[in-house]
Design a protein around this ligand. Sequence first.
Ligand code: APR
Length: 270
Amino acid sequence: MDFTINDALDAQSELAARSLTSASHTVALTGAGLSVESGIPPFRGKGGLWTQHGEPPMDGFQRFLRDPRKAWQDRLSPRESWATALRDTLAQAKPNAGHRSLAELENLGCCDCVITQNIDDLHHQAGTRSLLEIHGNHRLLRCLDCITRFEPEEVVVDPENLPPQCPHCGGLIKGDTVQFGEPIPPDVLRGCFEQVAKADCMLVAGTSATVYPAAEFPFEVLKRGGVVVEINPEPTDLTGRATLSLVGPGGPVLERVLHHVSALLKATAS
Ligand code: APR
């Protein structure tokens, strides 16, 4: 992505790097903005999916439970053109410099966990190991009873015999993506609360910080006197409260922060 890091932003990136290298536990919270440079549209703001097509019904999950067979028919052959377009975009998307920089920060011991609101699997593809996908993963299926997640090929999906059943417990299977109205799966939510409770530094990249419970996490860290570094080209509900707000696109800015972290670690090692 063609973006110039000016001196002021470079200085702020170095300050952010100092926070990461001196923190005892750093958690990154990411949103749709981080995947914009991978060709996936955000939800809100300019070019946002919901901006263009309107937000989906807030009771998507309740509709699924009322008629899972119809919901599965819609999943197998979506009627809305944007849903097909999104599915194809997700299938082709590749991690960008932002995802790769977070994976490298983990390798350097300066990012202990990534909590992502994104369902696009790109953090996983970039090599992040400690990853919590709070809104699920578009590639996976999940049993609503035993909460086991499956690769698509592990579940028999017979269009003549929907909805599919869990190979483990016989329970109802749905896509792992968390729908509006659906509670966050308890195992992931517990993992997020544990990570946030340990964090004295949070890197918040590419989110409008408007959807809960994720939007609460940076404020939890601030409440306990921790440092919050926000990376976003636009102001958000968090901007006025964050310790540092780096104004710019996630890829180039995270790459710059990583550059400074590497330099600082080299300097302390020598
Ligand atoms: N780099 C970093 N941030 C960017 C970039 C970029 N290149 N481009 C846009 N952004 C910012 C926007 O300024 C905006 O603040 O990313 C943010 C995207 O906000 P949303 O579209 O609201 O996405 P997100 O915060 O992830 O939404 C949260 O809402 O609809 C639900 O489940 C969905 O997980 C999603 C949740």
